[in-house]
Design a protein around this ligand. Structure first.
Ligand code: NAD
Length: 491
């Protein structure tokens, strides 16, 4: 019942259970032996040590690679029904452990309670979606697994993306080496423990926490790896791309990366709806979503009114401890992220035409917070790369310059999400036809992935496709078993 979930959540927020969990999967289950022990701290309260993570050593990586390669054929031969059953059991186990997982999402990643619920639900949806897909339309006769693959994930959806990558890879019949983000290894460790409990053999899924440039680089550079499933920054995806190019084989790379996501609002839009959607798209999760709104284009005739309303709504946001039900915006992930965002804000304060910021609450002294900030700027080229936090950049455009606005957005080279607010069908169709992004949201907020409903992925600097949570994803994590040419020599 919801009362039970809330009561357990209180307990897990207060500590203890995670402390027990923290080092356990790494220490007790044998994937990692004697690496360095790293403390994980609560971004909302830096003196709260959530747990400790044992980093994988070079020996651990080598042993895991050996086990993964040795077990690949056996896991590939496991009937799809059996693999699907593991995924469905995992979904049930996550639901049964909802409170503990939410507690970790709040304490380790600074998620608000609403975001933490959504996080677990999305992970559950990924399991049930891919299980249903392999049970119905995907089998070993038509698709051959790749072999050992590496799944590398970011901290901003520490459960949903970690699980999405891992269970898709397992569903397609690959053995998996999972490398979580440094900042959020505890919730990933908890999830791995549940996947083993759900019946995934230990050799099919090994967990290797540690630094990206060390553990991630060792894994992606190894010739035994047949696929790299990556979600994170464009810069790291480019490093991995170069590593694979040097290897010169046909290793598959699936990369989901950053964005410079924009929304175009014309003067036919409904201002109240625009404001609600802009606030949630730009500041939910403290703007730490790959899909989050960064750049708002407002048509001149509506701009003053909408900007005034957005500023008013920003003043109503509560920024503070994400464990409180009344909090809208929690902390950013760590001191490094905070420093980078504050430097960006300081720089733009000098050149921007106008600035507006939400006030921080007293809670914010204890953690790494950044105030939701709105800048009015003149030129999109002032933004060189993704700004990963609660900062919204507003530009004005004249009705005759709609095409120019679309061209500027396309020229950033990113292509993840785009929003449109308009009540003119021709304008909507025109923008949809010209904008180069993976995901468009019309007259609503930008939400990112909705498993099975809105598969998610980007173009250009934002990703390689195919879209996660959609029908084609598993095909990319496997090879077609049929041959386009007859493999028989002519007599
Ligand atoms: P990041 O690129 O810094 O790290 C992602 C992962 O890569 C981590 O696990 C990290 O340890 C690992 N890594 C770092 N260097 C590596 C290397 N040299 N070799 C192999 N692995 C390495 O990203 P982050 O800060 O964790 O996450 C935020 C970024 O992720 C943002 O850019 C965001 O837009 C992006 N993101 C994209 C999507 C999407 O679906 N398109 C979803 C979520 C996040």
């Amino acid at each position: 019942s919801s009362e039970h979930v809330l009561a357990t959540l209180q307990l897990s927020l207060q500590a203890s259970e995670q402390q027990r969990w923290a080092a356990f999967p790494m220490l007790g289950d044998g994937d990692v032996t004697d690496g360095e022990l790293q403390e994980v701290r609560n971004p909302a309260q830096r003196d709260d040590v959530v747990g400790k993570v044992l980093e994988a050593t070079a020996d651990d990586v080598e042993r895991a690679l050996r086990h993964s390669a040795a077990f690949a054929a056996e896991w590939a031969a496991t009937p799809v029904a059996e693999r699907a059953a593991c995924l469905n059991r995992m979904a049930d186990l996550m639901e049964a452990n909802m409170a503990a997982l939410m507690g970790l999402a709040v304490r380790e990643a600074g998620k608000t309670l609403n975001n933490a619920i959504a996080e677990v639900r999305e992970a559950v949806d990924f399991c049930r979606y891919y299980a249903a897909q392999i049970a119905s339309e995907f089998d070993n006769a038509t698709h051959k697994p790749l072999g050992p693959v590496v799944c590398i994930s970011p901290w901003n959806f520490p459960l949903a993306i970690f699980i999405g990558e891992v269970v898709a890879s397992l569903a397609a019949g690959n053995t998996v080496l999972a490398k979580p983000a440094e900042q959020t290894s505890l919730i990933a460790a908890y999830a791995v423990r549940l996947l083993h409990e759900a019946g995934v053999p230990r050799a099919a899924l090994q967990f290797l926490p540690g630094r990206g440039e060390v553990v991630g680089a060792a894994l992606t550079g190894d010739a035994r790896i047949q696929g790299v499933i990556f979600t994170g920054s464009t810069e790291v995806a480019q490093i991995i791309n170069r590593t694979l190019a040097k290897r010169g084989d046909d290793t598959v790379l699936v990369a989901e990366t950053g964005g410079m996501n924009a929304m175009i609002v014309d003067s036919s839009a409904l201002p109240e709806q625009v404001v609600t959607d802009v606030l949630s798209s730009a500041f939910d999760s403290a703007g730490q979503r790959c899909s989050a709104l960064r750049v708002l284009y407002l048509q001149n005739d509506i701009a003053d009114k909408v900007i005034k309303m957005i500023k008013g709504a920003m003043d109503e946001l509560t920024v503070g401890n994400p464990a409180k039900l009344t909090t809208d915006v929690g902390p950013v992930i760590d001191a490094e992220a905070q420093a980078g965002l504050l430097a960006h804000i300081d720089k733009l304060k000098h050149s921007a035409r106008a600035v507006h910021q939400t006030k921080l609450s007293a809670d914010c002294e204890h953690g790494t917070y950044v105030a939701p900030t709105l800048f009015e700027i003149d030129n999109l080229s002032e933004l060189k790369r993704e700004v990963f936090g609660p900062v919204l950049h507003v530009l004005r455009f004249a009705a005759a310059d709609l095409d120019k606005a679309v061209a500027e957005i396309n020229a950033t080279g990113y292509g993840l999400t785009h929003g449109i607010h308009s009540r003119i069908d021709e304008t909507i169709a025109d923008i949809c036809g010209k904008i180069k992004v993976g995901n468009v949201y019309v007259n609503r907020n930008i939400v990112g992935a909705v498993v099975g409903v809105q598969p998610f992925g980007g173009e250009g600097k934002s990703g390689t496709g195919p879209k996660a949570g959609g029908p084609y994803y598993l095909y990319r994590l496997s090879r077609a078993a049929w041959q386009p040419k007859l493999a028989v020599a002519h007599a």
